[in-house]
Design a protein around this ligand. Structure first.
Ligand code: ZN
Ligand code: ZN
Ligand code: ZN
Length: 378
């Protein structure tokens, strides 16, 4: 395992965070809202770099309103942690001590008859607390709008996603050299996690090792099955590095593959390429799904491709936009998402190939670049 030195990320600046907050206020204004209220979760991480160590019942909320500067309301005891976050200098910090009703404190910062958007991660108890304190206010979800603002990455974010992708690629190159046959899936999964961390990930989110029939279940993670000679093995792993996600899949074979495994792998590989080739600015997300699915359907496996073709990635490993039939959101340069078709033959084996792809003005740019061929392992 070569660990080496991993380059540090270029910090985001206060201006970067201030610009993100301004975009959210504008988006809220466009939607006819007086502001947007963001509680802990991926939207808050993107907007401030702040993630409370423990998300508790205590109210933490970023208020991005049209009538005041961005305000971060936090429990008094968490104020030092909040102030240490990278983007907090772009806000005014307000706090509320234990024993005080936080909704009374929030009420003074909001319009009594205001309309506000809320982040998807807002706990019901917080929203209901605000409604009780300000009965004339109205709230709406921003499921489509907030994550779509996050979906378009700037150059610094793209550099972090590329670094995470390169670390995942190095992990794949090294896992090809570990023994598979005779070991449990969970042991290979532990190797994947160790390698991701050795290559700079601060967080491992998933390490799928689906051998033989387990590979035919896309939600299988890794279990106690002992991997056998001849098994097809789906590997799918990722996590966070510099706060941004990696997620890649390759399918390997323990020893010589059968003709059928080779054929299925060829179909998935061609479908994955077709999906990447469909990426262009202005093209609807569903066209990426259609391009990949068309090849699989033409090869006769249409009913064995049982999930969407891809998902966005950023400060989380799964987020909008989704590459799925019915998603008409056009691709915009800077969007990053997976292209991961698969074929799943129940009770026998599965094949999935996945790269993270960034949309650019010229088309799709892969952030995973390991061999797409069917690699043999021991
Ligand atoms: Zn290494
Ligand atoms: Zn994956
Ligand atoms: Zn994925």
């Amino acid at each position: 395992m070569s660990t080496g030195e991993h380059p540090a990320a270029v910090p985001f600046t206060t201006a970067d965070y201030a610009a993100r907050m301004a975009r959210v206020v504008d988006e809220g204004r466009t939607a006819g809202l007086d502001g947007v209220l963001v509680t802990p979760g991926p939207d808050l991480v993107w907007l401030t770099g702040y993630q409370p160590t423990a998300i508790t019942e205590r109210l933490t909320m970023l208020l991005l309103t049209t009538d005041r500067e961005p305000t971060l309301l936090v429990p008094t005891l968490e104020r030092p942690d909040a102030e240490a976050a990278e983007g907090t200098p772009a806000t005014t910090v307000a706090d509320w001590p234990d024993g005080v009703d936080p909704y009374d404190v929030a009420q003074a910062l909001l319009r009594p008859d205001g309309s506000y958007g809320v982040s998807d991660n807002a706990w019901a108890m917080h929203l209901l607390g605000l409604q009780a304190a300000l009965p004339a206010t109205r709230y709406q979800s921003l499921t489509q709008r907030l994550p779509m603002l996050r979906a378009v990455k700037d150059d610094n974010e793209l550099a972090r996603l590329a670094a995470a992708g390169a670390a995942a690629d190095a992990t794949y190159e090294e896992i090809l050299g570990v023994p598979f046959g005779g070991r449990r899936e969970s042991e290979v999964a532990a190797d994947l996690a160790d390698l991701l961390r050795a290559h700079g990930h601060e967080q491992v989110d998933f390490t799928v090792v689906g051998s033989g029939p387990n590979g035919a279940n896309p939600h299988h993670e890794a279990g106690e099955r002992v991997i056998e000679e001849g098994d097809c093995v789906v590997l799918d792993f990722g996590g966070l590095m510099f706060g941004y996600g990696s997620d890649t899949s390759r399918t390997v074979c323990v020893g010589e593959p059968t003709a059928e495994i080779r054929e299925v792998h060829d179909v998935v590989r061609a479908a994955q390429q077709a999906g990447v080739d469909a990426v262009r600015p202005g093209v609807a997300c569903q066209e990426v799904d259609r391009a990949a699915r068309r090849l699989i359907t033409e090869a006769g496996y249409g009913d064995r491709f049982i999930h969407r073709t891809g998902h966005g990635i950023g400060v989380t490993t799964h987020e909008p936009p989704y590459m799925i039939e019915g998603e008409e959101q056009p691709l915009v340069p800077g969007m990053c998402f997976s292209v991961e078709p698969g074929i799943y033959l129940a009770g026998r084996f599965g094949v999935r190939i996945e790269d993270i792809v960034a949309a650019t003005a010229d088309g799709g740019r892969r952030l995973n670049n390991t061999d797409h061929g069917l690699r043999l392992v021991e």
